[in-house]
Write a protein that binds this ligand. Structure first.
Ligand code: BG6
Length: 491
């Protein structure tokens, strides 16, 4: 078993320390790692934001945030007080005077690993880096963490990367895609590269196609302003879905070293076939939800939530192709959407049928491997089996079901818990390299550009449905269909 690598003391400065990400994810993640004894007592966590809060006011806010993210029966005031002792707050107007930065600099000692976490708008990333540099707060042992979205197209992503890279070396930069911190996403590499079973089958010779679905049942939850400038393609495909695609499609890396893994991922991104006007028309579908039902309750449509007109897509489906030897002619069907019938993220590896069936057509659907990412993590390998009983051969497709919940009792740490600890350990393998982010944008920009030249007005779909009809038609044209989770005993 791999050795547990303890985290060395660090100081963490969170820019945007009172914001939504900090309160919902970062502070609770740090608190939970503290409860598991993984944060050394001499660590320091300094939040900074524009609000003129005192340290006490910030600690009170942090306590509420951590309490809300902790099971009531495990809350302990004593543990909280231990964690709270590490917290500090420093008001800072990023765009402001050197005076504020000087004040922050007095708190940041850079005598241990210093981590700057930018939980702010990406528009501020470059300014923050420049100001850190000017205030003498950048050192060799510093690391910087950037949240998505890094830009909204290749040009803006390059600008941000240029600005950050002018101050920090690439191996000091941790670009977050929180999907890479998820348990089952991490398991994709273990599944592929530690089981001898799959590798010989993992190619165009035996796989018919692959589906990647990230369906959300919620709507915009107050983020409509950001989302309307983004849309499903930028918000979910450019990062999370392409990362999943890379992990499924990449060649085995030479080792688990960050650059070995990232170099294989980038080869996949570079081999993605660009969509042009003709192929975008056929191989992509945009959708926007209209009012419908969520858990039996009426919910408004996207335009009602926005309060205006918009052609932003809240659903997108794409038939992607990878031009390399392993995957030539094998479609990767990608789809994601808000306000869909259920929260369901999964990857389906659909194998080809047997070369010749001695059972005639009664054999049914060929084998498939379903990797469920959320809400219930599982790996299911569908095999054919004879239904017991006399009266002829009745063949059924049933899953070998490796459910996480049934096999592991542990609480699953939130993705941010793992990601923050990996930053502290200096392990870059779960973070995106500059060229990955930019290659992903290059492919996505091509699609957005193609959409501008064709009529790509989003198709309506009812909130609580499985997305617009066009997505089903796109697969139907190829003689295929999306997997319906409801058809399984245990979706
Ligand atoms: C974020 C997107 O990156 O991922 C959100 O901006 C989306 O729109 C979220 O809801 C989904 O993450 P998860 O972990 O809930 O699947």
């Amino acid at each position: 078993m791999a050795e547990f690598i303890p985290v060395q003391p660090f100081e963490l400065v969170i820019f945007g320390g009172t914001g939504d990400l900090s309160r919902r994810k970062l502070l609770p993640a740090l608190y939970h790692r503290f409860l598991d004894d993984q944060i050394p007592k001499d660590c320091e966590i300094i939040a900074t934001a524009r609000s003129e809060l005192t340290r006490e006011e910030f600690v009170k806010m942090a306590k509420e945030a951590c309490k809300a993210a902790t099971a009531a029966d495990t809350w302990s005031e004593k543990s909280w007080n231990g964690f709270a002792a590490m917290l500090d707050y420093e008001p800072l107007d990023i765009s402001a005077k050197a005076k504020d930065w000087k004040q922050l600099a007095t708190k940041v000692k850079t005598d241990k690993t210093t981590i700057y976490y930018l939980a702010t708008s990406p528009a501020l990333y470059v300014d923050i880096c420049k100001a850190l540099d000017k205030a003498g707060m950048v050192c060799d042992t510093c690391r910087i963490v950037l949240e998505k979205p890094i830009g909204r197209d290749l040009a803006s992503a390059t600008e941000i990367n240029d600005g950050v890279c002018a101050v920090f070396a690439e191996d000091q930069i941790y670009r977050i895609d929180h999907y890479l911190g998820k348990e089952t996403v991490q398991n994709l590499m273990v599944l592929r590269f530690s089981n001898a079973l799959f590798e010989p089958l993992w190619s165009r010779s035996h796989i018919d196609h692959i589906q990647i679905t990230v369906a959300e049942d919620l709507g915009l939850e107050g983020r409509v302003g950001y989302y309307d400038r983004s849309g499903a393609l930028r918000d979910m495909v450019q990062n999370h879905i392409l990362q999943l695609l890379c992990l499924i499609a990449m060649e085995p890396p030479g080792s688990m070293e960050a650059d070995d893994i990232r170099t294989e991922k980038i080869k996949v991104l570079r081999a993605l076939r660009p969509l042009d006007e003709t192929t975008a028309k056929k191989n992509s579908v945009r959708g926007q939800y209209v009012r419908g039902l969520y858990k039996g309750e009426a919910v408004p449509g996207y335009l009602e939530e926005l309060g205006g007109a918009s052609e932003t897509e809240t659903f997108v489906a794409i038939k992607a192709e990878i031009d390399n030897w392993r995957w030539a002619d094998i479609p990767f069907y990608l789809r994601t959407g808000k306000r869909m019938s259920r929260r369901n993220s999964e990857i389906v590896i659909q194998f080809k049928p047997v070369a010749h069936s001695i059972f005639g057509t009664s054999i049914g659907e060929p084998n498939k491997l379903v990797i469920k990412l959320q809400p219930d993590e599982a790996v299911r390998l569908y095999l054919h089996i004879k239904e017991p009983g006399p009266g002829g051969l009745r063949i059924k497709s049933l899953p070998l079901n490796l459910s996480y919940a049934e096999n592991f009792v542990a609480r699953y740490p939130d993705a941010y818990e793992r990601l923050l600890m990996e930053v502290a350990r200096g392990n870059l393998s779960l973070f995106m390299r500059r060229d990955e982010v930019e290659s992903a944008w290059r492919w996505v920009d091509g699609i957005i550009d193609a959409w501008k030249h064709i009529d790509a007005t989003p198709d309506e779909y009812t909130a609580g449905s499985d997305g617009p009809l066009g997505a089903a038609i796109m697969l139907d044209r190829d003689g295929r269909s999306w997997r319906k989770p409801t058809t399984d005993a245990k979706s």
